[in-house]
Write a protein that binds this ligand. Structure first.
Ligand SMILES: [Zn+2]
Length: 309
């Protein structure tokens, strides 16, 4: 399958400058916050347990498919092999993390995907999915090594997975209604304006709980507005500790992008991040890198703006 690929250069400010911008943004929304430039810790080790040691080497974002593949009418034939997507972003051996929809032919139903894999010769697959089970609760599953597909959409951060300098983010005790990721993104948007800055990485909910959704099986009737979507989705309050895989870009660059998207999982839970529900208790830590390029892959021809929260 040959996928359409559009590509744009992003603004790549020095990490130290981005750290300053993000720290001042976080301080507007959290009682305690700091952002510094550090050597990336080995992310294969606990508490992160990802498939590559770091977020460095040719960092880039990919926005694959999109919500229009899910609604108003589901296009079940929209299946992507993440190893092919790594090739599409010119990193055939790359480390890919991100948020998307799980492979329904394997899972049996629609699901949330926490993408975490190394493509190519060094291949290793740490992808998880979360689905709604028959009892109406959430259920976490690790995908088998050979199941490397996603469906419908994926927001991915790809790199060579090397160690190197990254942004280390810490935030504690939320003081307004802005969630962690939106706070980071808006801080970049306010400072950089028309210049688009993209980030990808991982954060942990260390204390507190988070409101996350899990998509149930495909809707029987078309979803045509945000109210329909919110009635269809299943929302849960999930406990720390959770590890999230996260992408954000300060603004769209005329590519019909989803500008922020984070999925995460804990011991028995997983889903799409909305916000923490425990502002006084919440504590986050994360590592991000600045993306050099934005790839738009298999962009839907007919689009709309609902279902993107
Ligand atoms: Zn999602």
């Amino acid at each position: 399958m040959s996928l359409s690929v559009e590509k744009k250069q992003l603004h790549v400010p020095p990490l130290e400058e981005v750290a300053t911008v993000l720290q001042s943004a976080l301080k507007n929304s959290f009682a305690e916050a700091s952002v510094s430039v550090v050597e990336c810790p080995d992310l294969t080790k606990p508490p992160y347990g990802l498939e590559a040691v770091g977020l460095c080497g040719s960092p880039r974002l990919g926005d694959v498919g999109g919500v229009p593949n899910l609604m108003p009418v589901v296009q079940k034939d929209k299946l992507y092999d993440i190893r092919d997507l790594a090739k599409s972003v010119d990193l055939p051996d790359g480390f890919v993390i991100g948020a998307g929809a799980g492979p329904h032919p394997h899972v049996g139903v629609n699901s949330e995907l926490m993408a975490n894999l190394v493509a190519g010769d060094r291949a290793s697959n740490g992808c998880h999915i979360a689905k709604v089970n028959d009892a109406g609760s959430y259920q976490l599953m690790k995908l088998p090594p050979t199941e490397t597909r996603c469906a419908l959409m994926l927001n991915m951060f790809a790199s060579e997975g090397q160690s190197g300098k990254v942004l280390h983010i810490k935030a504690k005790k939320r003081t307004n209604d802005t969630n962690l990721v939106t706070c980071l993104r808006k801080g970049l948007e306010e400072f950089y304006g028309e210049k688009a800055v993209g980030l990808g990485g991982t954060f942990r909910l260390m204390q507190g709980r988070a409101k996350c959704h899990v998509m149930p099986d495909f809707p029987k009737a078309p979803l045509t507005c945000d109210a329909d979507v919110n009635k269809w989705l299943k929302f849960y309050d999930m406990p720390a500790p959770m590890v999230f895989l996260s992408t954000l870009i300060s603004k769209d660059v005329d590519l019909d992008l989803r500008i922020e998207h984070s999925h995460g999982y804990g011991k028995d839970c997983g889903g799409h991040y909305h916000y923490d529900t425990t502002p006084d208790a919440v504590e986050y830590e994360g590592y991000y890198n600045v993306a050099e390029l934005m790839y738009r892959i298999d962009r839907p021809i007919v689009t709309h703006s609902f279902g993107r929260n």
